[in-house]
Design a binder for this molecule. Sequence first.
Ligand SMILES: Cc1ncc(COP(=O)(O)O)c(C=O)c1O
Length: 310
Amino acid sequence: MPQVAFFEKKFVPLSEAKVGVMTHALNYGTACFEGIRGNWNAKEGQMYLFRLKEHYERLHKSCRILKINLAFDAEKLCQITVDLVKKNGYREDIYVRPLAYKSSQTVGVRLHNLEDDFFIFVTPFGPYLDAEKGAKCGVSSWRRVDDTMIPPRGKVTGIYVNSAMAKTEAHENGYDEAILLSQDGHVSEGSGENIFVIVDGKLVTPASCDNILKGITRETVITLAKNELGIDTIERPIDRSELYVADECFMTGTAANVTPVIEVDHRPVGDGKVGPITRKLLNLYSDVIRGRNRKYKEWCTPAYRSKKRA
Ligand SMILES: Cc1ncc(COP(=O)(O)O)c(C=O)c1O
């Protein structure tokens, strides 16, 4: 099947979805985006798009921050995405990338008096971090951008230079992922993930005012922990050294799913193995995103026509 993108309000071959070199967003990072997973359920022959509507509601919020006029409401965006995923026809896990951007072919740093556009592409996408083994993390020498700089609650392309600096530093220092501190020295998040520690049987995670992206996976895990395991989550500032003494630690994100953190700054977290609560959350989450848990099926949008019953 040829790869198809949604570009300039039409479905086109991916090879024809191209922007010019003068595009404002390419020059100044004036775009915002989403990352949505399509999770392949081989048994059902179905592709489940996870929390599609919530991703598009967040995209609309990011657009408000950047003064981007997104031409479609969340419902229409969901419909376009389902159509696009159908046209591509993948039978493996995928990543859907919608991106709203300042499309004017012009020079000049600003957000106002510019045209906006939008595209979506789809690409096959396997595991991002090794959730079975767990991730070894290092606290970055780079600090998370502050709300007073570029608001991290918006998924703004320009912010990802901050994430990329931290990720590459972590990689070059032999870690799997970076943990960024905020300007005041508290734990903020990973380069593309939210972070949780488990202390005395409770989940603890930075609040949305700690310069995090308010993750959809974060919210999903908070809900699953409460509903399925009876575990509460406390949102509060976390010190760097709390990472060293936590019972368990894990990261959450659309790309990373639930990834256990087994080491921080060369110190084992707990006994250095995947912890029991993390394991339960990881298993629960894996079932939920593939439409294998009936209770949470409304979070999963099926993209393909379901198989006829015999
Ligand atoms: C910086 C950052 N934090 C957190 C997340 C996790 O958000 P979500 O669970 O909505 O994918 C992401 C991924 O989108 C991210 O890029």
